[in-house]
Write a protein that binds this ligand. Sequence first.
Ligand SMILES: Cc1ncc(COP(=O)(O)O)c(C=O)c1O
Length: 382
Amino acid sequence: MNLSPALRATGTYPFVKLERAKRRLAAQGVDLIDFGKGDPMEATDPAIRQALVDALEERLGYPLAEGLPELRAAVAQWCGRRFGVELSPEEEIVPTYGSKEAIFLLAQVVIDRDSDKRLVLTTEPGYPVPDRGAAFAGADVEQLPLSERNGFLPDLDAVGDDTWERVAIVWINYPNNPTGAVAPLDFLARLAQRSREHDFLVAADEAYTELWFDEPPHSALEVREHGNVAAFNTLSKRSSMTGYRSGFVAADAELIDALKQFGPSVGTAPQEFVQRASIVAWGDETHVERVRDIYRRKRDVLLPVLQSKGIRVAGSVATMYLWLEVPGDESSEEFAARLLERGLIVSPGSFFGPAGEGYWRMALVATEEECRRAAAILEEIL
Ligand SMILES: Cc1ncc(COP(=O)(O)O)c(C=O)c1O
């Protein structure tokens, strides 16, 4: 059968390997504590769930790709309150089905595969979706390493002018999965300036802006006057709503118009009842404060044992992830496999790219009680 070469090149999504190992150990009766995938286990706020139920009408037609005006207004107001930016709900926002698909599909809308300007820069270790979306769109893809010594920021000065000239999109993801690092405003401003100099789009995956421990992180929207910026955000992590599929893209009118033109070819906005629930979610911060508190408590259970065992915590100032150095001279996969045999599911850093080797990631999704049990196991085996 003929298959897309881009599909063949993707290989197995690394987390599928973890799922298989999980099933094997569960069948053997091993008690598993899951710090693997970043899927929040917390209950969604009752008011959000009720809004969904209330909107479940007798008949629901196709949702328009541009989404409900009330949802776009709620998102614009949230961006205003949270980042101090003014966005037009009609022209500069489009609701999306979670953020993953929008991230994947961006290159389809932006890339001209016959042009010399078809390079997409992504960062690694990282979320693989921007790379895959770009590959399926016929773009060239290059990954910029995120090194700890550079604060897990890409080194913009290491990219030559001839490369910048070929760049159509630069993907960044701050707060960053997997490192938990955040981007200072001056880095975002410098990148935005380059986007104007070299005529590319900064695509900022901001799925984790609301999960932070000390200070609220910045959005690339705050530097949009310096360049071409599109921000992708989502209720998945902020409001523990991964199953609802609700996010948005905020960008200049020209890109939003292009996304609205493209949208009806591939699908629709989220179901109307999800959009109604989303309006409630974007309008409330108290449940988000509770969500942050929960992650903070779990982190506080785990950090002391990790630190007492000399495990260095890198990045990890935001997101739901701890990015930790692998002790000794084991590879990250060997180390994760050792923890797995004791029932602790963590992700080896190498899952996220070559620059992730030497680290491991704990997603703080297990319950607080499970975190306490995990701390006891770590105490024993590290
Ligand atoms: C970095 C990053 N971006 C985007 C997403 C997508 O989230 P969603 O499609 O649920 O909005 C995830 C999910 O894990 C992620 O880790």
